[in-house]
Unconditional design. Structure first.
Length: 133
């Protein structure tokens, strides 16, 4: 039988790469395997390059409350819209189980660091996209 214990906190982050922003608002939505929106209370860390969300997932049988999700970051450019430039964006999903928890984020110009309670029982996945302005 697989271990379905949710463990400690999970996380999701959104950021720009090398372009400072002022985060005005942000939201995280999560969905179970049936596509139903699952509400989580979460803490939010915002920085000069993006935002990180830390939330406690839940499981009920084989249904996991963080099966899918979407995050939004509403921001304004720190130095004005970078017209004529391509801007890289990064998203990161962090999951823990058993005794491991996500402690927090380090949102830098080039990186999205994750601070964990342990090196066991965790994984993270990053995605990138580029937008031309």
């Amino acid at each position: 039988n697989p271990d379905l214990s949710p463990g400690g906190y999970d996380g999701f982050g959104l950021k720009t790469v090398q372009r400072k922003v002022s985060v005005l608002d942000s939201t995280l939505n999560t969905y179970n395997s049936s596509g139903t929106n699952t509400s989580h209370s979460y803490s939010r860390d915002a920085g000069s390059y993006g935002v990180g969300f830390k939330f406690q997932d839940r499981s009920s049988g084989a249904s996991y409350s963080g099966h899918a999700g979407s995050g939004f970051m509403y921001f304004k450019w720190y130095s004005g819209t970078p017209t004529g430039y391509a801007v890289n964006y990064r998203s990161t999903y962090a999951h823990s189980w058993k005794t491991t928890t996500l402690n927090g984020f380090d949102i830098g110009a080039d990186s999205f660091g994750l601070s964990w309670s342990s090196n066991d029982y965790k994984f993270s996945k990053e995605n990138y996209s580029v937008v031309q302005y």
